[in-house]
Design a binder for this molecule. Sequence first.
Ligand code: GLP
Length: 247
Amino acid sequence: MRIIEAKNYEDMSKKAAEIIAAQILLKPDAVLGLATGSTPVGTYQNLIKKYEAGELDFSQVSSVNLDEYKGLSGDHDQSYRYFMNENLFNHVNIDKSRTSVPNGLEEDAAKACADYDAVIAAAGGVDLQLLGIGGNGHIGFNEPAEEFKVGTHCVKLTESTIEANARFFASIDDVPKYAYTMGIGNIMAAKTVLLVASGKNKAQAVYDSFFGPVTPHVQASILQLHKDAIVIADEDALSLAREKGVY
Ligand code: GLP
């Protein structure tokens, strides 16, 4: 695992976009694992700029997203499918039929998860997986637990995650309580993992995940064992690690 320090959010976003762009240039038909949340938005904006400047071609790229709220359709403005369309897909020449997000409308959780694992397998696995990180160290929606889950599964979101995501909904009661998410096995199977973290509110998660023991109580800590994991964190996100003298 490598940690790259960025000055701030803009710098983090630029650096992350450079790595994704390099992946696409090296392998034009790359399979990208994509993430939602506010952190990757700047990364997507930089990728769009590169596309507009004629530096990047998404025509052969495929993508699989990490997660989706259970119960939301792709045209709900808080669904992760909608987020991806708005923040990236509508602005580049990616073929939307090659972009996948778990099916939030599938009520049968076992089927939704098995179907999604089949989608990832059919794509040939993920070349580069982009990740954000939750305040409790979650990646995708793999919340703190007694174990690491391997494949796509249905999770009950923790109160802290529901509260953190309430800002995007009219009221906290509207936040879905369950989500479908890739498992840690899916994430660890990606050839390269790129995690972005910005801001003081991620400092504890960054410290616990990358400078502490590998434990399912802090799910991102497993990335310490990945052969090609890159963490791009800004000064604020690394502030606690620096304060504690471990970075
Ligand atoms: C959600 C997503 C995660 C994301 C996290 C942090 O729970 N499922 O993929 O990393 O939020 O989001 P943000 O980047 O907005 O802090």
